[in-house]
Design a protein around this ligand. Structure first.
Ligand SMILES: CCCCCCCCCC(=O)SCCNC(=O)CCNC(=O)[C@H](O)C(C)(C)COP(=O)(O)OP(=O)(O)OC[C@H]1O[C@@H](n2cnc3c(N)ncnc32)[C@H](O)[C@@H]1OP(=O)(O)O
Length: 227
């Protein structure tokens, strides 16, 4: 019998999902590769190497990509190493230690809200020396989503109003903050800000968001692979 098309394959069953030591081992390996990939991204956007070197590196990277074989995750599939919603997301573009795109931001609950810490690099630059405005929105959107989850209501952004007061420096430890300011039925109102770790009292960027907790039927349609 031939193998089913990749897009029809299901995720691992509960019985085959890695646990304990095996899960830790897999997550450490994912984190190590993510770390090296971020170093590669940083080197890629900084280098002034001549074209011959870039061509040689391109060939090497293509060979490495070819080694990442095995079954490939398909759209909507929740990785076996993740806990969704509200737990580890190894490949999140914001918090995922396995993502070459993520800073990654470390998230810690605090009494009055939720805090994210990260340092962005030149790969995240907009104006020279400063963070791209879309990156600031991405950090805040993610952390404001965490604030909703922490308040007991996983929710999705329906509106995010950004205010850019001062430019956010790259290569500088940042403190992102989010807290729920109110709720109204399925709507959650969240405020957020970005400052530097050194002087978090100066808000460089602030945001007001409206999040909506989808009703159960909508959640099942949007996330059919959620346990
Ligand atoms: C579930 C947890 C997942 C967490 C993952 C991490 C998330 C990180 C943050 C994100 O990046 S989320 C990704 C970006 N957001 C989206 O893709 C959401 C796209 N929007 C939708 O899919 C639907 O709008 C949604 C499922 C969220 C809600 O659809 P529903 O059909 O359940 O709700 P409905 O449209 O009836 O709206 C509910 C209420 O919100 C109100 N509303 C909708 N859009 C609004 C808006 N833009 N501003 C203010 N209020 C708004 C709407 O008027 C209504 O108010 P009332 O009940 O008082 O009438």
């Amino acid at each position: 019998m031939s193998a089913p098309p990749t897009e029809l394959m299901t995720t691992h069953t509960e019985a085959t999902r890695p646990r304990g030591e095996e899960l830790d081992h897999q997550r450490r390996a994912i984190t190590a590769l993510g770390h090296e990939m971020r170093a590669l991204v940083d080197a890629t956007v900084r280098t002034a190497a001549p074209a011959e070197v870039l061509h040689r590196v391109t060939d090497g990277v293509r060979r490495l990509t070819g080694q990442l074989t095995g079954r490939r995750r398909v759209r909507g599939e929740i990785p076996d190493v993740d806990e969704f919603p509200g737990g580890a997301r190894m490949y999140s573009p914001v918090t995922g230690p396995g993502s070459p795109l993520a800073p990654p931001m470390q998230v810690t609950p605090e009494d009055d809200g939720i805090v994210g810490r990260c340092t962005l690099g030149i790969a995240h630059e907009g104006p020279p020396g400063y963070v791209h405005g879309g990156m600031s929105a991405m950090l805040l959107d993610e952390l404001m989503g965490w604030a909703c989850y922490r308040a007991g209501t996983p929710a999705m952004t329906v509106s995010l109003q950004m205010r850019y007061h001062r430019p956010v420096p790259v290569e500088t430890p940042l403190r992102v903050f989010a807290h729920v300011t109110g709720t109204e039925d399925r709507k959650i109102f969240v405020a957020g800000s970005i400052g530097t770790d050194e002087d978090p009292s100066i808000a460089l960027v602030t945001a007001d968001g409206v999040f909506v907790s989808p009703d159960p039927a909508r959640t099942r349609t949007l996330f059919p692979n959620t346990p």
